[in-house]
Design a protein around this ligand. Structure first.
Ligand SMILES: [Zn+2]
Length: 246
C-alpha cells in the first residue's frame, strides 16, 4: 500500500476484485529542499515543471491506466461523481472526494496531515476517495462519500495523517468533538485530537463494517510523509485508487 500497488480488498481479507491502491511517499524524487521528495501538488508553491515531471513519474512507476483525477480540495463535503465522459467533468474540480464506477479511472487525494480515506464496495464495483481533515469531517464528507454507495457494503482504508500523538488543538475543540475518547488530555497540557478514530467512528455510524487503519502519523514519520503541521511550506503525497476490471 505504502509506495507499492496493492490489491485493495486483500487489506480486508477479501478475494481480489481488481481494485488497486497505492499511497506515495517522499522517499523518491528530489533529494533536497522544502519539497524534498515526490511532491504531487500544484497549489503549494512548488515549481510546476517539477510537479508535472513528478506526476509523469508516478504514472510510469505504478503503471497507472490514466492520469489521476486531481481535485481542488477545499475542506468541504462535495463528492465529485466521475463518469464515462471525461470532457464533461471539469479538471481540478472543487471537491473533497470522488466516486466512480468507471474502470481505469484513477481517483486521487493529496494530503500532508489530513486523512486520505479510500473506499470500495466489497464487490469492487464502485470506488471512492475522501480528503478528511477535521473541517471536512465535521462538514460530513465521509457520510457524503458513503451515501454514494447506495447501501452496498463498503471497505474503508484510513491512510496516513496527523495522529493523536501530534494533533494538538485549542479549547474550542471540546465543543467540536464532544464524544468521549476523541480528545486526549494530558495534565497541564493542551488537548490532542484523535482524527483517525473520529473518522473510524463516522464510518461505523453510516454502516461501514470493514475498516483498516494505516496507523501512520505524518508528523512522526518525517522521512516518509509530508506534514503541514511540522513544516508549513511543504509538498503533498497522493493516495490513489482505481478499478481494473470492466
Ligand atoms: Zn505523531
Amino acid at each position: 500500500m505504502i509506495n507499492a500497488v496493492t490489491d485493495f480488498h486483500s487489506l480486508f481479507g477479501l478475494p481480489d476484485r481488481g481494485v488497486r491502491a497505492v499511497c506515495t511517499t517522499r522517499q523518491t524524487g528530489r533529494r533536497q529542499g522544502v519539497y524534498q521528495g515526490l511532491n504531487l501538488a500544484t497549489h503549494v508553491g512548488d515549481d510546476l515543471k517539477v510537479v508535472i515531471k513528478n506526476r509523469e513519474w508516478l504514472r510510469r512507476q505504478f503503471n497507472l491506466p490514466d492520469e489521476p483525477r486531481w481535485l481542488n480540495q477545499v475542506h468541504g463535503a462535495q463528492i465529485l461523481e466521475v463518469g464515462q465522459n471525461l470532457e464533461r467533468d471539469s479538471a481540478d474540480a472543487a471537491a473533497d472526494g470522488a466516486i466512480t464506477l468507471v474502470s481505469n479511472t484513477v481517483l486521487a487525494i493529496l494530503t500532508a496531515d489530513c486523512l486520505p480515506i479510500l473506499l470500495a464496495s466489497c464487490d469492487g464495483a464502485r470506488i471512492a476517495v475522501v480528503h478528511a481533515g477535521w473541517r471536512g469531517l465535521l462538514a460530513g464528507v465521509i457520510e457524503a462519500a458513503v451515501a454514494g454507495f447506495e447501501g452496498a457494503p463498503v471497505c474503508a482504508w484510513i491512510g496516513p495523517g496527523m495522529g493523536p500523538c501530534h494533533f494538538e488543538v485549542g479549547p474550542e475543540f471540546k465543543a467540536l468533538f464532544p464524544e468521549p475518547g476523541l480528545l486526549l488530555s494530558k495534565p497541564g497540557q493542551r488537548d490532542y485530537l484523535d482524527l483517525p478514530e473520529a473518522a473510524n467512528r463516522r464510518l461505523q455510524k453510516v454502516g461501514v463494517r470493514q475498516i483498516v487503519q494505516s496507523e501512520r502519523c505524518t508528523v512522526c514519520e518525517k522521512d516518509t510523509f509530508y506534514s503541514y503541521r511540522r513544516e508549513g511550506a511543504t509538498g503533498r503525497f497522493a493516495s490513489l485508487l482505481w478499478r481494473t476490471l470492466g
